[in-house]
Design a protein around this ligand. Structure first.
Ligand code: ADP
Ligand code: MG
Length: 249
């Protein structure tokens, strides 16, 4: 990322509040993300990381503030959220593949119905993506036949099949057996190297250290500290970040 200061943000989050009942899950969160930037969000359980990520594609409706994605206000009644969502690929902790569809069908459904690709175009794109995530040979099997790591790689490929401008990852390796974490992180590193704009919630500090342009620490619904990963790891300023790092490192 070299042009962040001169390029308009691809995501602008301004003074966002989100309540669940009386609980403020997001408290006045503001964040600009530059095209091609790799942002990693860390923080204790319940600090609002998932709520922030989900708010970006309006899986959660914010109560105050605004979120602009590629120039479009996601809350504006004039904008079609389904079109805005096509810019945003999302990968969850649970892989959420369609269990009754083959791997290939998982990748071709949305491009055919939403992007109006022909079946041939969609399949050719899907096969390319399966090759990229290293599971070409599984195109015709059902998700249940795959390991967790393979399923998550399919989920990443499925998100990429819509050619999103931005990828959102919410703890993509947290549900995996330890021996499968690496194969999923490898795919994410490859994406980062290709210049994908990425916002990743993860506890994988090695990934954060090598990939993140910016590390963001959230606590109690707020962005408490942010900066270069090495700076936050070596000289954390806020006591709550210091305490968090002591617990996980
Ligand atoms: P994190 O991802 O950092 O663990 P979350 O964004 O999931 O945190 O949650 C932030 C806070 O909002 C937590 O206190 C959580 O219990 C609460 N919360 C999240 N989703 C809901 C929901 N659908 N209904 C009620 N409370 C929720
Ligand atoms: Mg979460």
């Amino acid at each position: 990322m070299t042009e962040s200061s001169t390029t308009a943000p691809i995501i602008t989050i301004s003074n966002v509040w989100k309540y669940f009942g009386s609980l403020p899950a997001l408290q006045d969160v503001s964040l600009d993300i530059a095209p091609g930037e790799r942002v990693v969000i860390i923080g204790p359980s319940g600090s609002g990381k998932s709520t922030l990520l989900r708010s970006i594609n309006r899986l959660e409706e914010i109560d105050q503030g605004s979120i602009i994605v590629k120039g479009e206000n996601i809350m504006s009644p004039d904008n079609d959220i389904n079109l805005i969502r096509q810019n945003l690929g999302m990968v969850f902790q649970q892989f959420n593949l369609f269990p009754h569809k083959t791997v290939l069908e998982n990748l071709t459904m949305a491009p055919i119905t939403l992007r109006k690709l022909t079946r041939e175009e969609a399949e050719s794109r899907a096969l390319g993506l399966l090759k990229k995530v290293g599971i070409s040979e599984k195109a015709n099997v059902y998700p249940a036949m795959l390991s967790g790591g393979q399923q998550q790689r399919v989920a990443i490929a499925r998100a990429l099949a819509m050619q999103p401008a931005i990828m959102l990852f919410d703890e993509p390796t947290s549900a995996l057996d330890p021996e499968m974490v690496g194969e999923v992180l490898d795919v994410m590193v490859k994406l980062a190297e290709e210049g994908m704009t990425m916002v990743c919630v993860t506890h994988e500090m090695g990934f954060a250290r090598t990939v993140a342009d910016r590390l963001i620490f959230m606590d109690q619904g707020q962005i408490v500290e942010q900066g270069r990963p090495e700076t936050l790891f070596t000289t954390p300023r806020h006591p709550r970040l210091r305490q968090f790092l002591n617990q996980i490192l």
